[in-house]
Ligand binder design. Structure first.
Ligand code: SDX
Length: 382
Protein backbone atom coordinates (compact mmCIF):
# COMPACT_ATOMS: atom_id res chain seq x y z
CA UNK A 1 0.00 0.00 0.00
CA UNK A 2 1.60 3.37 -0.92
CA UNK A 3 1.15 6.55 1.07
CA UNK A 4 -0.68 9.52 -0.49
CA UNK A 5 -1.16 13.06 0.87
CA UNK A 6 -4.57 12.18 2.25
CA UNK A 7 -3.95 8.50 2.98
CA UNK A 8 -0.92 7.55 5.15
CA UNK A 9 0.70 4.15 4.39
CA UNK A 10 0.14 1.16 6.66
CA UNK A 11 3.59 0.11 7.90
CA UNK A 12 2.87 -3.34 9.45
CA UNK A 13 5.21 -3.95 12.37
CA UNK A 14 6.49 -0.37 11.91
CA UNK A 15 9.40 -1.95 9.99
CA UNK A 16 9.99 1.21 7.95
CA UNK A 17 8.88 3.80 10.49
CA UNK A 18 11.33 6.07 12.27
CA UNK A 19 9.44 6.97 15.44
CA UNK A 20 11.95 9.38 16.99
CA UNK A 21 15.64 10.32 17.16
CA UNK A 22 18.13 8.95 19.69
CA UNK A 23 21.84 9.38 20.35
CA UNK A 24 22.21 6.13 22.32
CA UNK A 25 22.62 3.23 19.82
CA UNK A 26 23.56 3.23 16.17
CA UNK A 27 22.71 0.10 14.20
CA UNK A 28 23.78 -0.45 10.57
CA UNK A 29 21.72 -3.51 9.60
CA UNK A 30 23.38 -3.92 6.20
CA UNK A 31 26.95 -3.81 7.51
CA UNK A 32 26.28 -5.46 10.87
CA UNK A 33 27.47 -2.53 12.98
CA UNK A 34 26.35 -1.60 16.50
CA UNK A 35 27.72 1.41 18.36
CA UNK A 36 26.72 2.79 21.76
CA UNK A 37 27.10 6.58 21.49
CA UNK A 38 29.47 6.03 18.57
CA UNK A 39 31.71 3.45 20.29
CA UNK A 40 31.79 0.08 18.53
CA UNK A 41 30.19 -2.71 20.56
CA UNK A 42 33.29 -4.87 20.10
CA UNK A 43 35.51 -2.18 21.69
CA UNK A 44 33.10 -1.87 24.60
CA UNK A 45 32.86 -5.65 25.11
CA UNK A 46 36.68 -5.90 25.16
CA UNK A 47 37.44 -2.82 27.28
CA UNK A 48 34.43 -1.57 29.24
CA UNK A 49 32.32 -2.75 32.17
CA UNK A 50 28.54 -2.91 32.45
CA UNK A 51 28.48 -0.06 35.00
CA UNK A 52 30.60 2.14 32.70
CA UNK A 53 28.39 1.21 29.71
CA UNK A 54 25.26 2.24 31.63
CA UNK A 55 26.88 5.60 32.38
CA UNK A 56 27.77 5.98 28.67
CA UNK A 57 24.21 5.25 27.58
CA UNK A 58 22.58 7.54 30.15
CA UNK A 59 25.01 10.46 29.90
CA UNK A 60 25.96 10.03 26.20
CA UNK A 61 29.69 10.06 27.03
CA UNK A 62 32.21 7.94 28.90
CA UNK A 63 32.71 8.88 32.57
CA UNK A 64 35.92 10.16 34.11
CA UNK A 65 37.44 7.88 36.75
CA UNK A 66 35.86 9.82 39.60
CA UNK A 67 32.48 10.05 37.82
CA UNK A 68 32.50 6.27 37.37
CA UNK A 69 33.39 5.74 41.03
CA UNK A 70 30.51 8.00 42.10
CA UNK A 71 28.08 6.29 39.71
CA UNK A 72 29.17 2.88 40.90
CA UNK A 73 28.61 3.92 44.52
CA UNK A 74 25.14 5.26 43.63
CA UNK A 75 24.22 1.91 42.04
CA UNK A 76 25.59 -0.20 44.89
CA UNK A 77 23.89 2.01 47.49
CA UNK A 78 20.61 0.93 45.88
CA UNK A 79 21.31 -2.83 45.71
CA UNK A 80 19.34 -3.54 48.89
CA UNK A 81 15.64 -4.33 48.63
CA UNK A 82 12.92 -2.65 50.71
CA UNK A 83 12.10 -5.11 53.53
CA UNK A 84 8.56 -5.94 52.30
CA UNK A 85 10.03 -7.06 48.97
CA UNK A 86 11.67 -10.03 50.68
CA UNK A 87 8.26 -11.13 51.98
CA UNK A 88 6.80 -10.69 48.49
CA UNK A 89 9.53 -12.84 46.91
CA UNK A 90 8.97 -15.48 49.61
CA UNK A 91 5.24 -15.58 48.84
CA UNK A 92 5.52 -15.99 45.08
CA UNK A 93 4.55 -19.45 43.76
CA UNK A 94 7.73 -21.54 43.48
CA UNK A 95 6.44 -22.76 40.13
CA UNK A 96 6.10 -19.25 38.66
CA UNK A 97 8.21 -18.59 35.57
CA UNK A 98 11.08 -16.22 36.42
CA UNK A 99 9.88 -13.76 33.75
CA UNK A 100 6.43 -13.53 35.38
CA UNK A 101 8.16 -13.20 38.74
CA UNK A 102 10.57 -10.42 37.68
CA UNK A 103 7.82 -8.49 35.89
CA UNK A 104 5.76 -8.65 39.10
CA UNK A 105 8.68 -7.76 41.36
CA UNK A 106 9.90 -4.78 39.33
CA UNK A 107 6.33 -3.50 39.25
CA UNK A 108 6.09 -3.95 43.04
CA UNK A 109 9.24 -1.85 43.62
CA UNK A 110 7.08 1.20 42.80
CA UNK A 111 5.02 0.59 45.95
CA UNK A 112 8.08 1.31 48.11
CA UNK A 113 9.51 4.27 46.21
CA UNK A 114 8.29 7.65 47.51
CA UNK A 115 9.42 9.15 44.18
CA UNK A 116 7.40 6.68 42.10
CA UNK A 117 5.26 9.48 40.68
CA UNK A 118 7.82 12.29 40.70
CA UNK A 119 8.56 12.99 37.05
CA UNK A 120 11.66 15.20 37.01
CA UNK A 121 14.66 13.94 34.96
CA UNK A 122 16.63 13.75 38.22
CA UNK A 123 13.95 11.63 39.91
CA UNK A 124 13.70 9.43 36.82
CA UNK A 125 17.45 8.84 36.90
CA UNK A 126 17.27 7.94 40.60
CA UNK A 127 14.39 5.53 39.88
CA UNK A 128 16.33 4.10 36.95
CA UNK A 129 19.29 3.42 39.23
CA UNK A 130 16.98 1.74 41.76
CA UNK A 131 15.44 -0.55 39.13
CA UNK A 132 18.84 -1.39 37.62
CA UNK A 133 20.47 -1.95 41.02
CA UNK A 134 17.69 -4.04 42.57
CA UNK A 135 16.93 -6.36 39.66
CA UNK A 136 19.89 -8.70 40.39
CA UNK A 137 18.72 -9.33 43.97
CA UNK A 138 15.14 -9.85 42.76
CA UNK A 139 16.07 -12.45 40.13
CA UNK A 140 18.68 -14.28 42.22
CA UNK A 141 16.53 -14.48 45.35
CA UNK A 142 13.41 -15.56 43.48
CA UNK A 143 15.54 -18.43 42.16
CA UNK A 144 16.73 -19.21 45.70
CA UNK A 145 13.13 -19.07 46.93
CA UNK A 146 11.86 -21.50 44.30
CA UNK A 147 14.72 -23.90 45.18
CA UNK A 148 13.97 -23.71 48.90
CA UNK A 149 17.24 -21.92 49.68
CA UNK A 150 17.75 -19.07 52.15
CA UNK A 151 17.87 -15.53 50.76
CA UNK A 152 21.26 -13.91 50.23
CA UNK A 153 21.55 -10.13 50.42
CA UNK A 154 23.53 -8.21 47.77
CA UNK A 155 27.16 -7.39 48.60
CA UNK A 156 27.91 -3.71 47.97
CA UNK A 157 31.62 -4.42 47.56
CA UNK A 158 30.88 -6.26 44.30
CA UNK A 159 29.94 -5.13 40.79
CA UNK A 160 26.50 -6.18 39.53
CA UNK A 161 27.58 -9.33 37.69
CA UNK A 162 29.62 -10.59 40.64
CA UNK A 163 26.96 -9.66 43.18
CA UNK A 164 24.29 -11.40 41.10
CA UNK A 165 26.22 -14.66 40.67
CA UNK A 166 27.18 -14.65 44.38
CA UNK A 167 23.53 -14.33 45.42
CA UNK A 168 22.42 -16.87 42.83
CA UNK A 169 24.95 -19.58 43.66
CA UNK A 170 25.73 -18.84 47.30
CA UNK A 171 29.41 -18.42 46.53
CA UNK A 172 31.60 -15.86 44.80
CA UNK A 173 32.04 -16.65 41.08
CA UNK A 174 35.46 -17.02 39.48
CA UNK A 175 36.75 -13.80 37.88
CA UNK A 176 36.28 -15.52 34.50
CA UNK A 177 32.60 -16.22 35.09
CA UNK A 178 31.93 -12.76 36.54
CA UNK A 179 33.71 -11.16 33.57
CA UNK A 180 31.77 -13.39 31.16
CA UNK A 181 28.44 -12.24 32.59
CA UNK A 182 29.58 -8.60 32.68
CA UNK A 183 30.40 -8.77 28.97
CA UNK A 184 27.01 -10.35 28.22
CA UNK A 185 25.36 -7.47 30.08
CA UNK A 186 27.31 -4.94 27.98
CA UNK A 187 26.24 -6.69 24.76
CA UNK A 188 22.56 -6.74 25.80
CA UNK A 189 22.36 -3.23 27.32
CA UNK A 190 20.75 -1.34 24.44
CA UNK A 191 19.62 -1.77 20.85
CA UNK A 192 17.66 1.17 19.48
CA UNK A 193 13.88 0.94 19.29
CA UNK A 194 13.53 -2.83 19.69
CA UNK A 195 10.04 -3.94 20.64
CA UNK A 196 10.50 -3.77 24.43
CA UNK A 197 12.22 -0.38 24.34
CA UNK A 198 9.54 1.03 22.04
CA UNK A 199 6.88 -0.40 24.36
CA UNK A 200 8.46 1.44 27.28
CA UNK A 201 8.36 4.67 25.26
CA UNK A 202 4.66 4.25 24.52
CA UNK A 203 4.08 4.05 28.27
CA UNK A 204 6.38 6.92 29.30
CA UNK A 205 5.02 9.14 26.50
CA UNK A 206 1.69 9.30 28.37
CA UNK A 207 3.68 10.80 31.31
CA UNK A 208 3.15 7.60 33.24
CA UNK A 209 6.04 6.61 35.51
CA UNK A 210 9.38 4.81 35.08
CA UNK A 211 8.25 1.68 36.95
CA UNK A 212 5.21 1.33 34.68
CA UNK A 213 7.39 1.85 31.60
CA UNK A 214 9.94 -0.79 32.62
CA UNK A 215 7.16 -3.20 33.62
CA UNK A 216 5.71 -2.76 30.10
CA UNK A 217 9.15 -3.48 28.64
CA UNK A 218 9.69 -6.65 30.70
CA UNK A 219 6.37 -8.04 29.53
CA UNK A 220 7.27 -7.23 25.93
CA UNK A 221 10.79 -8.68 26.10
CA UNK A 222 9.38 -12.03 27.27
CA UNK A 223 8.11 -13.10 23.85
CA UNK A 224 10.15 -15.73 21.91
CA UNK A 225 10.33 -13.43 18.87
CA UNK A 226 12.28 -11.02 21.09
CA UNK A 227 14.15 -11.61 24.34
CA UNK A 228 12.60 -15.00 24.95
CA UNK A 229 14.53 -16.42 21.97
CA UNK A 230 17.63 -17.21 24.04
CA UNK A 231 15.70 -19.72 26.14
CA UNK A 232 14.10 -21.18 23.01
CA UNK A 233 17.58 -21.65 21.48
CA UNK A 234 18.73 -23.61 24.52
CA UNK A 235 15.66 -25.84 24.45
CA UNK A 236 16.46 -26.56 20.81
CA UNK A 237 20.04 -27.50 21.64
CA UNK A 238 18.86 -29.75 24.49
CA UNK A 239 16.32 -31.38 22.12
CA UNK A 240 19.09 -32.39 19.71
CA UNK A 241 21.16 -35.28 21.00
CA UNK A 242 24.00 -35.14 18.54
CA UNK A 243 25.59 -32.96 15.84
CA UNK A 244 24.60 -35.63 13.30
CA UNK A 245 20.91 -34.79 13.87
CA UNK A 246 21.32 -31.09 13.12
CA UNK A 247 21.02 -31.06 9.32
CA UNK A 248 17.74 -32.99 9.16
CA UNK A 249 16.31 -31.00 12.08
CA UNK A 250 17.11 -27.61 10.53
CA UNK A 251 15.90 -28.61 7.05
CA UNK A 252 12.70 -30.06 8.50
CA UNK A 253 11.95 -26.81 10.35
CA UNK A 254 12.61 -24.72 7.24
CA UNK A 255 10.46 -26.99 5.07
CA UNK A 256 7.62 -26.56 7.56
CA UNK A 257 8.22 -22.78 7.41
CA UNK A 258 8.98 -22.85 11.14
CA UNK A 259 11.35 -20.28 12.68
CA UNK A 260 14.77 -21.33 13.95
CA UNK A 261 15.14 -19.38 17.19
CA UNK A 262 18.25 -17.21 17.47
CA UNK A 263 18.31 -16.45 13.76
CA UNK A 264 17.03 -13.52 11.74
CA UNK A 265 16.52 -9.94 12.77
CA UNK A 266 14.25 -7.05 11.85
CA UNK A 267 17.24 -4.75 11.31
CA UNK A 268 20.37 -6.88 10.78
CA UNK A 269 20.56 -8.40 7.30
CA UNK A 270 24.20 -9.16 8.05
CA UNK A 271 25.76 -10.95 11.01
CA UNK A 272 24.64 -9.38 14.32
CA UNK A 273 27.92 -7.96 15.69
CA UNK A 274 26.91 -9.08 19.18
CA UNK A 275 26.65 -12.65 17.86
CA UNK A 276 30.11 -12.27 16.34
CA UNK A 277 31.54 -11.51 19.75
CA UNK A 278 29.37 -14.03 21.61
CA UNK A 279 30.31 -16.83 19.20
CA UNK A 280 33.98 -16.55 20.13
CA UNK A 281 32.98 -16.14 23.74
CA UNK A 282 30.68 -19.16 23.75
CA UNK A 283 33.42 -21.31 22.19
CA UNK A 284 35.89 -20.37 24.92
CA UNK A 285 33.34 -20.73 27.72
CA UNK A 286 32.17 -24.09 26.34
CA UNK A 287 35.74 -25.38 26.29
CA UNK A 288 36.40 -24.06 29.81
CA UNK A 289 33.25 -25.72 31.19
CA UNK A 290 33.11 -28.97 29.22
CA UNK A 291 30.15 -27.91 27.06
CA UNK A 292 31.92 -28.31 23.71
CA UNK A 293 29.09 -30.45 22.30
CA UNK A 294 26.59 -27.60 22.74
CA UNK A 295 28.93 -25.24 20.94
CA UNK A 296 29.58 -27.77 18.15
CA UNK A 297 25.82 -28.18 17.62
CA UNK A 298 25.36 -24.40 17.61
CA UNK A 299 28.03 -23.92 14.95
CA UNK A 300 26.60 -26.81 12.90
CA UNK A 301 23.14 -25.21 13.00
CA UNK A 302 24.76 -22.00 11.83
CA UNK A 303 26.50 -23.78 8.93
CA UNK A 304 23.25 -25.38 7.72
CA UNK A 305 21.30 -22.13 8.13
CA UNK A 306 23.99 -20.22 6.23
CA UNK A 307 23.73 -22.63 3.30
CA UNK A 308 19.93 -22.59 3.37
CA UNK A 309 18.98 -18.97 4.15
CA UNK A 310 22.19 -16.94 4.45
CA UNK A 311 21.43 -15.44 1.04
CA UNK A 312 18.15 -14.10 2.49
CA UNK A 313 20.06 -12.15 5.13
CA UNK A 314 19.11 -14.55 7.92
CA UNK A 315 22.07 -14.87 10.29
CA UNK A 316 22.53 -15.62 13.99
CA UNK A 317 21.33 -12.82 16.26
CA UNK A 318 22.37 -11.93 19.79
CA UNK A 319 20.24 -14.71 21.27
CA UNK A 320 21.86 -17.60 19.42
CA UNK A 321 25.23 -17.70 21.11
CA UNK A 322 24.15 -15.97 24.32
CA UNK A 323 22.25 -19.19 25.04
CA UNK A 324 25.41 -21.32 25.08
CA UNK A 325 27.25 -18.59 27.01
CA UNK A 326 24.63 -18.36 29.76
CA UNK A 327 24.42 -22.16 29.96
CA UNK A 328 28.20 -22.38 30.31
CA UNK A 329 28.11 -19.72 33.06
CA UNK A 330 25.78 -22.15 34.86
CA UNK A 331 22.45 -20.34 34.60
CA UNK A 332 19.19 -22.30 34.51
CA UNK A 333 17.60 -21.96 31.06
CA UNK A 334 14.59 -20.03 32.39
CA UNK A 335 16.96 -17.42 33.82
CA UNK A 336 18.34 -16.50 30.37
CA UNK A 337 15.66 -13.94 29.53
CA UNK A 338 15.77 -12.45 33.04
CA UNK A 339 19.48 -11.83 32.28
CA UNK A 340 18.31 -9.87 29.26
CA UNK A 341 16.05 -7.83 31.63
CA UNK A 342 18.99 -7.16 33.96
CA UNK A 343 21.00 -5.72 31.07
CA UNK A 344 18.26 -4.00 29.10
CA UNK A 345 17.11 -2.03 32.13
CA UNK A 346 19.95 0.25 30.98
CA UNK A 347 18.45 0.83 27.54
CA UNK A 348 14.84 1.07 28.70
CA UNK A 349 15.60 3.69 31.37
CA UNK A 350 17.98 5.63 29.12
CA UNK A 351 15.54 5.82 26.22
CA UNK A 352 12.65 6.83 28.50
CA UNK A 353 14.67 9.71 29.96
CA UNK A 354 15.91 10.75 26.49
CA UNK A 355 12.42 10.57 24.93
CA UNK A 356 10.87 12.68 27.71
CA UNK A 357 13.19 15.57 26.81
CA UNK A 358 11.01 16.24 23.75
CA UNK A 359 8.01 14.17 24.70
CA UNK A 360 5.17 13.50 22.24
CA UNK A 361 2.35 11.10 23.08
CA UNK A 362 2.81 7.96 20.93
CA UNK A 363 -0.53 7.23 19.29
CA UNK A 364 -0.48 5.87 15.70
CA UNK A 365 -3.50 5.74 13.39
CA UNK A 366 -5.55 2.68 12.42
CA UNK A 367 -7.04 2.04 8.96
CA UNK A 368 -10.70 1.22 9.71
CA UNK A 369 -12.02 -1.70 7.62
CA UNK A 370 -15.38 -2.26 9.33
CA UNK A 371 -18.93 -1.22 8.21
CA UNK A 372 -20.50 2.26 8.53
CA UNK A 373 -23.98 3.44 9.61
CA UNK A 374 -24.86 -0.05 10.87
CA UNK A 375 -28.28 -0.24 12.65
CA UNK A 376 -28.58 -1.25 16.31
CA UNK A 377 -30.72 -4.46 16.15
CA UNK A 378 -32.62 -5.23 19.36
CA UNK A 379 -31.46 -8.53 20.88
CA UNK A 380 -34.84 -10.29 20.35
CA UNK A 381 -34.55 -9.59 16.60
CA UNK A 382 -30.97 -10.95 16.13
C1 SDX B 1 16.04 -9.81 19.64
O1 SDX B 1 14.74 -5.65 17.40
C2 SDX B 1 15.83 -5.85 18.15
O2 SDX B 1 16.78 -5.08 18.16
C3 SDX B 1 15.74 -7.09 19.04
C4 SDX B 1 17.04 -7.51 19.73
C5 SDX B 1 17.45 -6.51 20.81
O3 SDX B 1 18.63 -6.44 21.13
O4 SDX B 1 16.52 -5.92 21.42
O5 SDX B 1 18.07 -7.60 18.76
C6 SDX B 1 16.87 -8.86 20.43
O6 SDX B 1 14.85 -9.85 19.83
C7 SDX B 1 16.70 -10.63 18.57
C8 SDX B 1 15.69 -11.51 17.75
C9 SDX B 1 15.34 -12.75 18.59
N1 SDX B 1 14.24 -13.50 17.95
C10 SDX B 1 14.46 -14.70 17.37
O7 SDX B 1 15.58 -15.22 17.27
C11 SDX B 1 13.20 -15.37 16.85
C12 SDX B 1 13.45 -15.93 15.45
N2 SDX B 1 13.57 -14.78 14.53
C13 SDX B 1 12.42 -14.47 13.72
O8 SDX B 1 11.17 -14.72 14.31
C14 SDX B 1 12.55 -13.14 12.97
O9 SDX B 1 13.79 -13.13 12.39
C15 SDX B 1 12.31 -11.83 13.71
C16 SDX B 1 11.01 -11.81 14.39
C17 SDX B 1 13.41 -11.57 14.68
C18 SDX B 1 12.34 -10.71 12.66
O10 SDX B 1 11.40 -11.04 11.72
P1 SDX B 1 10.77 -9.95 10.71
O11 SDX B 1 11.69 -8.80 10.55
O12 SDX B 1 9.38 -9.68 11.14
O13 SDX B 1 10.81 -10.74 9.35
P2 SDX B 1 9.81 -11.88 8.93
O14 SDX B 1 9.33 -12.61 10.17
O15 SDX B 1 8.79 -11.29 8.04
O16 SDX B 1 10.76 -12.89 8.12
C19 SDX B 1 11.21 -12.52 6.81
C20 SDX B 1 11.53 -13.82 6.11
C21 SDX B 1 10.38 -14.82 6.17
O17 SDX B 1 10.48 -15.68 5.04
P3 SDX B 1 9.40 -15.45 3.84
O18 SDX B 1 8.03 -15.67 4.47
O19 SDX B 1 9.63 -14.03 3.35
O20 SDX B 1 9.77 -16.53 2.84
O21 SDX B 1 12.63 -14.47 6.76
C22 SDX B 1 12.19 -15.73 7.28
C23 SDX B 1 10.69 -15.66 7.39
O22 SDX B 1 10.16 -16.98 7.30
N3 SDX B 1 12.78 -15.84 8.63
C24 SDX B 1 13.15 -17.00 9.18
C25 SDX B 1 13.64 -16.65 10.45
N4 SDX B 1 13.55 -15.32 10.63
C26 SDX B 1 13.01 -14.82 9.49
N5 SDX B 1 13.10 -18.26 8.74
C27 SDX B 1 13.57 -19.22 9.61
N6 SDX B 1 14.07 -18.96 10.85
C28 SDX B 1 14.10 -17.70 11.28
N7 SDX B 1 14.58 -17.45 12.51
Amino acid sequence: MTATASKPMIDKGLASTIAAESAMSYIDGEKGVLEYVGIDIDDLARNSTFEETVYLLWHLRLPTKSELETFSQQIRAEYELPEPMWDLIGNLPKTASPMHAIRTLISALALHDPEADVHSPEANTRKGIRILAKTPALIANFDRHRKGLDFIKPDKSMDMATAFLTMLNGEKPTDTMAKALDVCLILHADHGFNASTFASLVTISTLSDMYSAVTTAVGTLKGPLHGGANEAVMHTLKELNDVSEVEDWVKGKLERKERIMGFGHRVYKAYDPRATYLKTFAKQLAEDTGNQKLYEMSSRIEEIMDEAVGSKGIYPNVDFYSATSYYAIGLDIDLFTPMFVLARNAGWVGHCIEYLEGNKLIRPRCEYTGPHKAPYVPINER
